[in-house]
Design a protein around this ligand. Structure first.
Ligand SMILES: O=C[C@H](O)[C@H](O)[C@H](O)COP(=O)(O)O
Length: 233
C-alpha cells in the first residue's frame, strides 16, 4: 500500500467518528485533504456537518467539493477537529506546521472538544524533533527574534539551524501574514519547557508543538491496517 493509500485509510477510519450535526474543525495537509475528499462524498449523500477550515487551502478544497463552511467567529465552539501531523509522540504530543498552517490549526484544535490526528505510521516517533520545528514569527524584528529563539533553545541544551522557510525564492508567508522559521534542533526531550520559552518571546506568534491537544491518533501502517492510538500516561 503506498503512502497516499495509507492516508486515505486513516481518513476513512477517522470519518467514522463524524456524526450528523457536528461542528467540525478541518485540518490542512495531504492527509487532511484525503479526509476532505471522503467527507465531501458523505456530505453529498446527506451527512449534515458544518466545517471550520484551518487554512485558505483547505477552505478552497472544501468549497470546490461542496463541504459547507463556517468560521470561528460564527461557530466558536467545535465538536471535533480532524487534522494531520508531521510527528506524533507516545503522549500524542505533535509537531505540526509542515504546511505552514500551524497557527490556525492550533486555534481551531483548541476550540474543539476533541482532536483526532490522522497519519501514516511514519509519523510516529519516540521523541519529537527530527522534523524541524516550525515557528511562526512576526516579520518585524526578525533578527532579534531569531537570536531570542537560539538563546532559549540553548538554555534547554538545544541548538541547530534556524531557517526562514522559502517558497519560489521568496519567504513563505502564512495565512496570517507571518513568516515561518524552521528550527532543526533535533530531538526535544522537554517539549513543554521549549513551548513555554518560545511563547515568552514577543516576536513568536505560535509554534508547531501541539501538547495536550490531541485525544487520539488514527494511524495506518502497511501490512498492519489502521489502529487508533491513545496517549500513554
Ligand atoms: O501546516 C500543515 C499541517 O500541520 C499538516 O497537518 C502537517 O504538515 C501534516 O501534513 P501531511 O498530512 O501532508 O503530512
Amino acid at each position: 500500500m503506498d503512502a497516499k493509500q495509507l492516508k486515505i485509510e486513516a481518513a476513512r477510519v477517522a470519518l467514522e467518528h463524524v456524526e450528523d450535526g457536528m461542528r467540525l474543525g478541518i485540518g490542512t495537509g495531504s492527509t487532511a485533504e484525503e479526509f476532505v475528499r471522503l467527507l465531501a462524498v458523505k456530505v453529498a449523500d446527506g451527512l449534515s456537518i458544518i466545517g471550520v477550515p484551518t487554512s485558505e487551502r483547505t477552505a478552497a478544497l472544501c468549497t470546490e467539493l461542496g463541504v459547507p463552511l463556517s468560521t470561528l467567529e460564527e461557530t466558536p465552539e467545535l465538536d471535533l477537529t480532524i487534522d494531520g501531523a508531521d510527528e506524533i509522540d507516545p503522549q500524542l504530543g505533535l509537531i505540526k506546521g509542515g504546511g505552514g498552517a500551524l497557527l490556525r490549526e492550533k486555534i481551531v484544535a483548541a476550540a474543539s472538544e476533541k482532536m483526532l490526528v490522522i497519519a501514516d505510521a511514519s509519523k510516529l516517533v519516540d521523541t519529537l524533533g527530527k522534523f524541524p520545528l516550525p515557528i511562526e514569527v512576526n516579520e518585524f524584528g526578525l533578527g532579534a527574534t531569531k537570536i531570542a529563539i537560539a538563546k532559549v533553545a540553548a538554555d534547554l541544551g538545544l541548538e541547530g539551524p534556524l531557517e526562514i522557510r522559502m517558497t519560489n525564492g521568496k519567504p513563505f508567508v502564512t495565512d496570517g501574514g507571518h513568516l515561518i522559521i524552521d528550527a532543526s534542533f533535533g530531538r526535544i526531550p522537554d517539549t513543554r519547557a521549549l513551548s513555554d520559552a518560545l511563547h515568552a518571546i514577543p516576536g513568536v506568534v505560535e509554534h508547531g508543538l501541539f501538547l495536550g491537544l490531541a485525544d487520539a491518533a488514527v494511524v495506518a501502517e502497511a501490512g498492519h491496517g489502521v489502529r487508533t492510538v491513545r496517549a500513554v500516561a
